[in-house]
Design a protein around this ligand. Structure first.
Ligand SMILES: Cc1cc2nc3c(=O)[nH]c(=O)nc-3n(C[C@H](O)[C@H](O)[C@H](O)COP(=O)(O)O)c2cc1C
Length: 224
């Protein structure tokens, strides 16, 4: 698989089979992903990989909280600004509409929407979960480094025939995650990445992107 194929076939997969992901594959992917660039090469990512009993324990503990309608822990970072400006607001609505349409869910069906959100904390059925942490003292430039690292991981997973779903949702229950993972106090949970083999029988939407001219401007002196 070349890089274009990896980029274009990656998507946020939300239905996985229970086929285990070999540890050797994860080690190969994470070893290569360590080549991700970072400012001054500080490599500001710390990753925990959960499978088997620890992952089952995490899912169980969080299910107890979601089933009790627990709204989660105090947030350690804002996932989005309270008022999302245009055009981001419209893009978010369009993506949600595409996803719900593909699943045949009406937007006003609150119960179904809650089920869809809760599936986050069951890893959408995936047998492996990568949790990524960043040191609390690091700033936005280092968060960019972490994002690049995660994209590298996702693309390498594609080249191994695997799929993934990046999830900030895990940060909502960061205290429960910490009970299972026991990270050092100075680390902050950015989110999770569910990893596994895609359930190819599942319905999904391929989420659109803005046209190139909306996000990219070429300044080459030709005026076109
Ligand atoms: C940093 C980040 C956090 C995300 N968090 C979640 C999440 O918590 N739950 C979820 O279902 N999808 C999550 N997503 C997936 C996005 O919704 C998805 O990437 C986007 O809608 C584009 O769809 P595509 O990746 O299938 O092309 C996240 C994506 C990123 C990059």
């Amino acid at each position: 698989m070349d890089v274009y194929q990896a980029v274009t076939t990656r998507r946020a997969v939300r239905e996985f089979t229970d086929e285990p992901v070999p540890r050797a594959t994860l080690e190969r992917v994470l070893s290569a992903a360590a080549r991700t660039p970072s400012g001054a090469n500080i490599q500001p990512w710390t990753v925990y990989v959960l499978t088997d009993a620890p992952l089952a324990e995490l899912k169980k503990r969080i299910a107890e909280r979601t089933e009790a309608d627990d709204p989660g822990d105090e947030r350690e970072y804002p996932m989005y600004p309270p008022e999302l400006a245009s055009p981001y607001r419209e893009r978010r609505s369009a993506a949600a509409a595409q996803r719900f349409d593909a699943l045949g869910i009406r937007r006003e069906d609150a119960r179904k929407r809650a089920e869809i959100i809760a599936a986050n904390w069951q890893c959408f059925g995936a047998p492996a979960l990568l949790l990524s942490y960043i040191h609390r003292d690091l700033g936005s430039a280092q968060w960019v480094d972490l994002g690049m690292y995660l994209q590298t991981v996702m693309l390498l997973l594609r080249s191994e025939g695997l799929h993934s779903c990046p999830q900030m949702a895990w940060s909502v229950y960061h205290r429960t995650v910490a009970e299972v993972v026991s990270p050092p106090e100075e680390l902050l949970l950015f989110g999770g990445l569910s990893v596994g083999f895609e359930d190819t029988s599942a319905k999904f939407a391929r989420i659109d992107r803005a046209p190139l001219a909306e996000t990219v401007t070429f300044l080459d002196g030709t005026g076109s």
